[in-house]
Design a protein around this ligand. Sequence first.
Ligand code: COI
Length: 358
Amino acid sequence: MTADIKIRKTTQSRLSEVDFNNIPFGRIFADHMFVADFDGSNWTNMEICPLHKIPLHPATMAWHYGQAIFEGMKASIDEQGNPLLFRPEMHANRLNISATRMCMPEFPVDVFMDALSKLVYIDKKWIPTHEESALYIRPVMMATDEFVGVRSSDTFKFMIMTLPSGPYYSKPVSLLVEEKYVRACDGGVGEAKAAGNYGASLYPTLLAKKKGYDQVMWMDAREFKYVQEVGTMNIFFVIDGVAVTPNLSGTILKGVTRDSLITLLRDKGIPVEERPLSIEEIHEAYQAGKLQEVFGAGTAAVVANVNRIGYKGQDMILNPDEYKLSPMLKTEINGIRKGRLADKYNWIHPVGVGVLTD
Ligand code: COI
């Protein structure tokens, strides 16, 4: 569907200021953004416009009670110069799952696709071509009522911004098994991409960093026994030739990259198990020499190797140079994302010139 989206292009592009050989993750913003307002009944004021700051009242509800959700997705460019979105509908659907859980309005998937396609097409020159880089896309929705009582907001703002970005992790990451704090519990908001989930992770992550680790590895909230996910990613373990990843129990994020890796692995005949996985099982596999690979999976991180896991005062040391599945998966997913490999799973949504004229 083509929605009524006003388009107002910048007259002062910042593109020439960008050094595409040096694009750290999350700091450089493309020229335009998409904005829409929910007025209590409908999404209105839809516009693609120059990226700008938004003035907000101090009582804006998102700040007080955390009604804020987001998504993270990516666009690449193929060798013919066509922008390619990676599994955008899955992200749009997940945004709406998060919205429902956080008592926020859904954003219509067809309008999301239209707005995103137009935005990415307009800023297609901002899509980096380097193998490890992409245009990171950040949709975000927030409560905008100016009110201090605790209730759901009636009004909301939805925005999409885009950022040319290099890899989230430029080297293998170390993880500390978290034994005090939890990310999510049964019945909580762990499955939603709620801003507060990330806010709550910061203090335990700071403590892990002080101990020399990059990220925390979250355990279940009931027994501190089963692995959930790590700081910014889902997690995979290769144990004796089998790729094992925690099952979607309602407390972890339904990762788009997670789902893609499972599909790729199964298609290649590699056994994959989605199931509860205890830290004891991982530790025993490590001691028996059967823990072959550990890697994270996320949109920003893609496939990120783990080289060390701290558990009960000792380290499990891994050697990513010997990993086989992780580099294969990274090559496959990057190849599909960049249009070099056949898109046999229908993951790619090409953005053609027609998006601005139909
Ligand atoms: C992503 O991988 O896109 C995320 O949202 C994780 C992080 C950058 C917050």
